[in-house]
Design a protein around this ligand. Sequence first.
Ligand SMILES: O=C([O-])CC(=O)C(=O)O
Ligand SMILES: [Mg+2]
Length: 606
Amino acid sequence: MSSTTLAREIHISAVGMAQPQANIKQHHQLPISTRHLTTTSGDYDTSNPPEVRKYLRTYGMVPPAVESHEQQMQRCLNILALKSSNIEKWQYLTQLRATNVHLFYRLLAQNVKQITPLIYTPTVGEACQRWSELYTQPEGLYLSYSDRGHLYSILQNWPHNVDITVLTDGSRILGLGDLGVGGMGIPVGKLALYTACAGIRPEGTLPLCLDLGTNNKALREDPLYMGSRREKVSPQEEKEFLDELMAALTERWPGIVIQFEDFKNPFPALERYKDTYTMFNDDVQGTGSVITAGIISAVKLAGIPVRDHKAIFLGAGSAGVGVAKQIVEFFIKEGLTEDEARRKFWFVDSQGLVTNDRGGRLAEHKVYFSRDDNEGRQITSLEELIDYVKPTILMGLSTIGGAFNAEILQRMAQLNDRPIIFPLSNPSSKSECTFEEAVKHTDGRCLFASGSPFPTLEHAGKSLTPGQGNNMYVFPGIGLGAILSKAVSVTQDMIYASAVGLATSLNESETQQGWLYPDIRRIREVSVSVTRHVIRAAQDGGVDRELAIRHLDDAQLDQYIKERMYDPFREGEKIQDEVNQLFATVSGGATAAPIELVSARASCHL
Ligand SMILES: O=C([O-])CC(=O)C(=O)O
Ligand SMILES: [Mg+2]
């Protein structure tokens, strides 16, 4: 029987017009699907063929046409084009993920450059700010301080087996400050990238928002605010809450990987849990890794020996120090002593250059890079510090939008043939300069990477593409590497390996064009490289528990990783296989006459 005949048979049976032919065995009933029918699972996907719709009992509940993935995605892109603001696009995409998860990921995978800014930085920043105003549906778990003592039982409400969670207390969302439970947008967005970039199955991801109060008074007084209207708990109370949570998460899902995100002070939890749980902090370690990878590429392109580089960091918060510590590791690997490497950094905070002698107590995390060679000089302006240090690298992690003004950029261009300019604050509104400004004031000579995306532009007849030094290049691979190697902890060597995995994933054309990061459209390939490097570091450090993959060579390991990655384009085939198997069972095995299969299909339309 040809496939068109088969299709017609199915159609006829479905509309109930024709009786099955004479030789059909009536007792062949297709067992009714026992799958739990959910909109999120893709059960209402318009690319499902009729027999799948019947099996799922969704037949008739979607328009009759069986669409190709291309048709579906084209409609989504058309709908996106109808929306005039990015936040409306974010709302549409949120709804799409809730109603057809596979289509959402197909769309994202196929249009990663275009869609990522709509579900992640910068748009997710606005979504977090307006969370209580725009809230429509549950997307993760909220745990409040008043829930302590019961965290394990609340985790049991989550119906899926979890491989990875991203959690935040909302206390420092991007560069936007304390947004309370509005911070939930971040775990949701980051985990969508875990799925899109590293193929972690969607139902294996858990967005987690810790409602530990907020110091944002305006939020507490907002009538629509959806979190607890109390001030932020004390550090001691937070510690006790987190201790209970970490134990509960690991008991509920042994092997879970836990990513901390956007905590105002990320260091205490990182120090306390990094050796005992499979956890990492993305802002300190993920950002550190991705910027180290960018610096590895930029240092090569700048044409100056590693030893001669000097870096000014505007912003001495957790992310900045995390970044610098990992670049120290790179400098050491390039032959500098730790002390020489450490002395290549000058940090500026709200009081100016961070020095030992400026008075007042230094926050603990700033001590390592605090200068002792300033000979009593207190420098409070960035311009003055640039003249004093003559840096090759200017990093921005200050959340002060526009802090790298024309004068500063021009001075960097006078001092360097290829100034390295990394305005890393997020979202775009907090970026220390735009790509356009950096290009204009350095005459197109800068080696540039920003945290949030900027468009490609023309300069002196050349098309210039900005690097996006965003941690999305590495955290998906760090997480997948930890999951697949069944790592008992995420070591610093695994984090450093992720930077190497990223830096070595540029292809020839990207290197030739002087790019610092690979094309984001190749992110799944890049994630395989990052994942492999992370797994190798776990194995070398003896923290892996998946012994069966130790003997694989690199090509075999890449293959192993790829085979375990969720592919939204193949999900429909999986249901089809399920249906085919059932047909084979009810019709007496694979050798059954095709007509019997039709019969089985004919009997399952209700
Ligand atoms: O989310 C991002 O785009 C990067 C990040 O972790 C942050 O800025 O906190
Ligand atoms: Mg973050």
